[in-house]
Design a binder for this molecule. Structure first.
Ligand code: IVH
Length: 666
């Protein structure tokens, strides 16, 4: 038992090290798959020895019960805010005020991250509480949610008796875009900017929801420390980093206020190239000693100031509204505007998302509108400039019917989106086809939006399976298409019939089932026929598959129109199996491998792929069903387990020998 205990603890240390490398230093030492394998090993050990689970284990990030309401907590040290500076002169004023009290120079200039403040408390090196800012005195307890943020350590490198720190939780720009896309597809309200999205994600009652949001954080302030002392902000940042905290790397020591101003200007220009949003810079007197004597105003300290960037906003004219119907039937309005240059790019279109939003903001055709980029990326109309209305502006009304097929537009309870429910709607069909043929799906080269448009408009394709009945003559009839390119496309369509099942599954565009999920599914469920029969429990037994994915998949296969469509694809000769396409030999079919320890000649990922290519399966833990344990250097507990169960153990040399034997045959 003590053995297992130390084995588990060293596995945890190993995982913490890799999380730090990945999430904090942005410098991973191992492949994601190898990290996943370590995690799975830990999970399986903790399942075997549940009494050894501790709250600071990397497996325990998502846990605890969903709360009714977030509990209020009082901050021992109130969270102040900062005075603002907008100009170079404001910075000089700040510098003069500081120098009256403390005339040695030296500031830390940091980025002002546009997220929400978080206050963390560690006791004996363990994260015990996380709270939002609230009104500065009373915040909300969001400990369970903050624990799901992978870059925030649950355990410090040193077990300091007490440490209280502050920082900013934020949503990276690309995650913001992804999250809003998902929400829009589900017909849900979208977040206005990454900060709102981060706040909404952190203030969830269910930590499971927060965990799915890929929040990140930067820690920039020590408010209380026992067991160590720091004298300057520079030391504080270095100390925080060494304890495992994510610390922003753009902080810079500046001797004079002029350098501070340069820093501000540099980042004001560069802000669009950063992966997270900033709204300014924060300038802090580096030395802590004079803080006390500098004191504070009613709500902000005199030793720091926030330099605020100008918001990038422009006015332009709204010319018309374009209405589009997406793959899932959502009918969405897009604003077409006179093009303007905004935050470095020319902008002429902005999604208006849904008709509620148009009504709430009272946007009219012909309005001058104020435009910015949400999350620094997505063009968005903030509001109409009502003072400049002529009276000629036209009020926008939601369509009663789908603009593409004329069927009635419907709105479901609890959704903001209007939808076209006709699965044969040509607009939906076009989007579905473009997706079906796209590179992540069936990868049919040459079948892009322009061709799809023609195929659907000319009635050559009325449902997806129709593409498999096209011939070169059909295509050659289309404008500007030569015989040769027509034949190339026919060849590409033909070749797509051999794609493995996970690609076909992706191509169907089932909600929540993207390329990655499709791959995971087909590892376990390897033929289309099996999908017809699959049960909810079977799906939920796959670790990566959650209830939403399962129910979406089940309802897709329950729908008779979908089954009929699949039947037609099958008749057309599409491969409906994951493995053994075009008769590749599967010598390892039915064999399950477990990997432990490091291999010398290849990574675990590569080894897994090779085994799978030969028809074998990979499992993360040893059981009676395991056929072989592949033993690398420094094996983990799986070795003992395999010995106990009498599982065949092969070393790397033997493994390479097996590969050689079969790979030659293929
Ligand atoms: S220092 C005593 N540093 O900006 C105040 N704040 O009003 C200590 N913020 O909401 C704050 N990045 O959450 C500091 N590098 C940074 C920051 C930062 C963002 C936020 C902070 C607060 C506001 C300041």
């Amino acid at each position: 038992m003590p053995d297992i205990k130390s084995q588990i603890e060293s596995l945890r240390e190993e995982i913490r090290k890799h999380e730090y490398q990945y999430y904090v230093l942005d410098d991973p030492l191992i492949a994601d798959a190898d990290y996943d394998a370590l995690m799975r090993e830990l999970i399986s050990l903790e399942q075997q020895y549940p009494e050894l689970i501790s709250p600071d284990s990397p497996t325990q990030r998502v846990g605890g019960k969903a709360l009714e309401v977030l509990q209020p907590v009082r901050h021992r040290i109130p969270l102040l805010s900062l005075d603002n500076a907008f100009t170079q002169a404001d910075l000089h004023d700040f510098d003069r005020r500081v120098k009256k009290i403390y005339d040695q120079a030296g500031y830390m200039a940091e980025l002002k991250i546009d997220g929400l403040t978080i206050a963390l408390i560690y006791e004996n090196g363990i994260l015990t509480r996380a709270a939002t800012r609230g009104d500065g005195t009373i915040g909300e307890d969001v400990t369970l949610n903050v624990r799901t943020i992978k870059s925030i350590p649950l355990k410090l490198k040193q077990p300091l008796p007490r440490l209280e720190v502050r920082g900013e939780v934020y949503l990276p720009k690309n995650e913001f875009v992804r999250l809003n896309q998902e929400r829009e597809e589900r017909g849900e309200r979208i977040f206005a900017n990454p900060r709102n999205a981060a706040a909404g994600s952190l203030r969830q009652q269910d930590p499971g929801v927060t965990a799915g949001r890929a929040l990140a954080a930067f820690i920039y302030d020590i408010t209380y420390i026992e067991g160590h002392s720091v004298e300057t902000q520079q030391e504080a940042l270095a100390f925080l980093l060494a304890q495992g905290f994510p610390v922003n790397r753009e902080a810079s020591w500046c001797e004079q206020i002029e350098e501070v101003y340069d820093y501000c200007q540099r980042f004001e220009e560069m802000r669009h190239t950063l992966p997270y949003e900033i709204d300014g810079a924060v300038i802090k007197l580096n030395a802590f000693a004079p803080r006390q004597s500098l004191g504070q105003t009613a709500k902000s300290p005199r030793w720091a100031i926030a330099y605020k960037f100008l918001a990038e906003e422009k006015e332009t004219r709204l010319l018309e509204i374009e209405i589009n119907v997406g793959r899932t039937g959502i009918i969405a309005p897009t604003a077409i505007m006179e093009p303007v240059i905004l935050a470095g790019t020319t902008v002429g279109r902005a999604s208006l998302h849904n008709f509620d939003l148009i009504k709430d903001k009272d946007i009219r055709i012909g309005d001058l509108v104020l435009l910015h980029k949400a999350g620094d990326i997505i063009p968005e109309i903030i509001k109409p400039v009502t003072e400049k209305r002529s009276g000629e502006e036209i009020i926008i009304t939601p369509p009663q019917n789908c603009p593409a097929c004329g069927s009635q537009a419907v709105r479901f309870e609890g959704e903001v989106a209007l939808r076209c429910e006709n699965i044969n709607c040509p607009a939906r069909l076009k989007e579905s086809l473009i997706f079906f043929a796209s590179r992540t799906a069936m990868d049919i080269e040459g079948m892009g939006p322009a061709l799809v448009e023609q195929l659907v408009e000319r009635g050559l394709v009325r449902e997806i399976a129709d593409i498999y009945s096209l011939d070169a003559q059909n295509l050659a009839a289309i404008e500007r298409m030569g015989n040769k390119s027509a034949q190339n496309i026919i060849n590409a369509i033909e070749a797509s019939k051999q794609r493995p099942l996970h690609r076909l599954l992706t191509a169907l565009g089932i909600r929540h089932i993207g390329a990655k999920t499709a791959r995971i599914l087909t590892r376990e469920i390897s033929s289309m026929d099996e999908f017809y029969e699959v049960s909810e429990q079977q799906l939920l037994n796959i670790p990566e598959i959650g209830p939403k994915m399962a129910s979406s998949l089940l309802s897709f296969f329950a729908e008779s129109r979908n089954r009929a469509g699949l039947e037609r694809l099958k008749q057309a000769g599409l491969n409906m199996q994951e493995e053994n396409i075009d008769g590749a030999p599967q010598p390892l079919a039915g064999k399950t491998f477990v990997l432990t320890g490091a291999l010398k000649t290849m990574g675990r990922q590569e080894a897994s792929e090779k085994i799978e290519a030969l028809g074998g399966k990979i499992s993360s833990s040893v059981s009676k069903k395991t056929s072989y344990l592949l033993l690398g250097d420094e094996p983990g507990s799986k070795y003992d387990k395999a010995m106990q169960l009498g599982i065949a153990i092969i070393n790397e040399e033997e493994f390479l020998h097996i590969l050689q034997q079969y790979e030659q045959a293929t």
